[in-house]
Write a protein that binds this ligand. Structure first.
Ligand SMILES: Nc1ncnc2c1ncn2[C@@H]1O[C@H](COP(=O)(O)OP(=O)(O)O)[C@@H](O)[C@H]1O
Ligand SMILES: N[C@@H](CCC(=O)OP(=O)(O)O)C(=O)O
Length: 367
């Protein structure tokens, strides 16, 4: 079986604080990827850098912060970024193909399947699919923002053997090394616990977006989907291959013992929840430890507008997220039966197809 590798390159590896593209860096990564491809791997690239590449050309002195300015910069920069990759890959006789995605593309199973088929065809033809978020059309509240999450979703969707998240730091440290010079590096993370989240900080450079925190988010999504992850630095010839082989300069995240089926991956990481249900302590116990369905009796409050079959998120009494599920009632029905024992549901609503608010088979724990 061919080894399928997703490589994500962050803005911090491609540009400096003054913006513009570091063409030497792009040529270096293209050479590393070409060598991996020549050794028989299929490589998919997820690259940031559109905003960083474009902001100076369009007249902004520093990386813009406002959405419409970032979108304008990305409209200029994405073309420059792609042109630079095309040139760099052409010198290795490789064709690069651009794929721009938004979060909403992942909400539609049809759009998603279509994207998968296109990518499979590109790989069959020996091309390198080059992904980025479609920054110019993404609306703020639905943006990935950084590309770490996007790279994890791509890795899961395309059933990659490994995800490599390349950045300017050689892995996860016990604190941001820019602020804690004595921090120590983790070579291997077996499980992403709240302690791991606690040590991961935000972006270190003025061009990066997500920092280590969003890389941990990405690692969680990918490892739960069965894809092991490397987060680290690739800067010397041969480093990418070494990272794939397991001795790279960075941190390796092991896959979880049971990987999620595609439907639950979609539910947990790709769907867009349309409402929130606040539940009581008994429901928390039933969902997290009992493997039970959520019943109306445990629901305290319903927020948002949704229909039966939509995805909602569920929050505990402390307002912390517990997970997501497919809801069996619309929001107006649910408000009528919040807190009621199951025997009273029929009195309120008449016969209902399913008594549970969320069935256990249509639930994913995200805590
Ligand atoms: N615990 C940590 N270990 C390592 N790096 C960290 C940690 N917390 C925060 N960071 C920061 O995360 C940065 C990498 O993320 P980011 O700037 O978003 O890069 P990229 O553009 O490559 O995605 C590092 O430069 C570092 O300053
Ligand atoms: N889609 C954006 C990504 C923004 C960004 O900085 O992301 P990252 O460097 O991966 O934290 C771009 O191309 O500029």
């Amino acid at each position: 079986m061919t080894t399928r590798i997703v490589v994500k390159i962050g803005s911090s590896s491609l540009t400096g604080s003054e913006g513009g593209l570091n063409r030497e860096a792009i040529a270096f990564f293209a050479t590393e990827i070409a060598e991996l491809q020549q050794s028989g791997c299929e490589v998919l690239l997820v690259t940031s850098g559109a905003v960083a590449a474009g902001f100076r050309s369009i007249g902004y002195p520093t990386r813009p912060k406002l959405l419409h300015e970032k979108q304008a910069a990305a409209a200029v920069g994405q073309a420059l970024l792609m042109q630079a990759y095309q040139e760099a890959f052409t010198s290795h006789n490789i064709t690069a193909a651009q794929i721009l995605l938004t979060r909403t593309d992942f909400c539609s199973r049809r759009a998603m399947n279509n994207a998968v088929m296109t990518v499979e065809e590109l790989l069959r033809q020996g091309a390198i699919p080059v992904f980025n978020e479609n920054d110019t059309v993404s609306v703020d509240e639905l943006k990935f923002g950084d590309n770490d999450t996007l790279s994890a979703l791509v890795a899961n969707l395309l059933k990659a053997s490994m995800l490599l998240v390349l950045t300017d730091m050689d892995g996860l440290y016990s604190g941001d090394p820019r602020k804690h010079p004595n921090a120590v590096r983790y070579q291997q993370v077996e499980e992403i616990t709240p302690e791991i989240y606690a040590i991961a900080g935000g972006a270190g450079s003025s061009v990066g977006t997500g920092g280590m925190r969003s890389k941990i988010d990405a690692a969680k999504i990918a490892t739960r989907g069965g894809v092991p992850v490397f987060v680290g630095k690739v800067s010397e010839p041969g480093d990418l291959r070494i990272a794939v082989e397991g001795t790279g300069r960075g941190t390796y995240f092991a896959t979880t013992s049971t990987s999620l089926p595609v439907k639950k991956q979609w539910l947990g990481f790709m769907s867009t929840p349309l409402g929130s249900l606040h539940v009581d302590a008994g429901a928390v116990e039933a969902l997290l430890n009992g493997g039970h369905s959520l019943l109306p009796v445990g629901v305290k409050r319903t927020e948002g507008h949704f229909h039966a079959g939509d995805v909602v998120e569920v929050l505990g009494p402390d307002s912390r997220l517990l997970g997501r599920g497919i809801v069996n009632y619309d929001d107006a029905q649910l408000r009528m039966i919040e807190g009621l024992p199951s025997r009273q549901i029929v009195d309120k609503l008449g016969e209902v197809p399913r008594l549970e608010v969320i069935h256990r088979d249509e639930w994913i724990t995200l805590r």
